[in-house]
Design a protein around this ligand. Structure first.
Ligand code: DOR
Ligand code: ZN
Length: 346
């Protein structure tokens, strides 16, 4: 097979930032994807419907002329999010979900949730109004090992949350472990997960063996090879509750190659190509369309896209760096690597 045409995909987990960075990164996503679930972890975070609508307008204004792309907005859950805010979000058609960041877990999570108990009324309203909760599934604390954060979240936060809100639809974002993949696969219909390209392609040795490579550093952190294999199995299984979410998270080269480097891999410039690489290597290109274009809309109760994209088998090299504005540059995930599938430009 030298060519594959699939329904145009969507990215169900994306960081676009704002201002100059937004203008530089958005065209990459808009060229590949019809829609994206846009993360609300700006500074300050997007906590109200008005802020989400204003951010949505800035995204639309930053699109290259003539590009069709629909940002699917989310709100940032805090200890103080009210049921009224949730009702307003559920009533607004461009807001599609609410994101839970445990406070301190990742980039711009300072305003996140300190204790899920504080969010009970907001979560009850989401359950009632069928507005999905997206979780950054990590428990953080001085007593929590970095590599155990996801396990601890499942046992200590997610299971009690699911018991308490049995109707709440939940997306476990960017899963990183065999345990999480198994948890989703054997879980109820209301539970789904996104999987990033970095967690399908790399394990922690890629990041740490033979020198520390900050461009592989993201949160949740890369895990063991057996976890990567389990994620690959899940993504290529055809199971409808696993779908594409890049977690493409732009940080400048200077912020990554730093004594205290930021977490996040930037994959928007080759996102669907990276997934195609993974699916092709697994001999499962036939299941790329389900993962990239069908399972997400089904879970979010949205129509599938009507147009398509074509990938052709042809080698191309990922650039070492791309401009980010203001004299900054950004190093893409897999910089300098040769990819074997190229997005066909009509
Ligand atoms: O690696 C990450 N980067 N993980 C996150 O959860 C947030 C993201 C970011 O915003 O940079
Ligand atoms: Zn993210």
């Amino acid at each position: 097979m030298d060519q594959i045409t699939i329904r145009r995909p969507d990215d169900w987990h994306l960081h676009l930032r704002d201002g100059d960075v937004l203008r530089h990164v958005l065209p990459f996503t808009a060229r590949r994807f019809a829609r994206a679930i846009v993360m609300p972890n700006l500074v300050p975070p997007v906590t109200t419907v008005d802020q989400a609508l204003a951010y949505r307008r800035r995204i639309l204004e930053a699109l290259p002329p003539g590009t069709a792309f629909e940002p699917l907005m989310t709100l940032y859950l805090t200890d103080r999010t009210t049921a009224e805010t949730i009702a307003a979000a559920a009533a607004e058609e461009s807001v599609h979900a609410v994101k839970l960041y445990p406070a301190g877990a990742t980039t711009n999570s300072d305003a996140g949730v300190t204790d899920i108990a504080h969010c009970d009324q907001a979560l009850a309203a989401m359950e009632e109004l069928d507005l999905p909760l997206l979780v950054h599934g990590e428990t953080v604390g001085d007593d929590v090992d970095m590599f155990d954060r996801e396990h601890r979240f499942i046992d200590e936060r997610l299971l009690p949350l699911m018991d308490r809100h049995p109707g709440l639809r939940i997306v476990f974002e960017h899963i990183t472990t065999a345990r999480a993949a198994e948890f989703i696969a054997s879980g109820p219909q209301r539970l789904a997960a996104t999987i990033t390209p970095q967690h399908l392609l790399f394990n922690r040795n890629h990041m740490l063996a033979g020198g520390i490579r900050p461009h592989y550093y993201c949160l949740p952190i890369l895990k063991r090879e057996r976890d990567r294999e389990a994620l690959l199995e899940a993504a290529t299984s055809g199971h409808p509750r696993f779908f594409l979410g890049t977690d493409s998270a732009p940080h400048s080269r200077a912020d990554k190659e730093n004594a205290c480097g930021c977490a996040g891999c930037f994959s928007a410039c080759a996102a669907i190509e990276l997934y195609a690489e993974v699916f092709a290597a697994a001999g499962r290109l036939d299941r790329l369309e389900g993962f990239a274009s069908l399972h997400g809309p089904a879970f979010y109760h949205l129509p599938v896209n009507q147009d398509s994209i074509t990938l052709t088998r042809s080698g191309w090299c990922l650039p070492d760096a791309l401009p980010l504005g203001d004299g900054q540059s950004i190093v893409p995930l897999g910089a300098g690597r040769t990819l074997h599938w190229q997005l066909h430009t009509h």
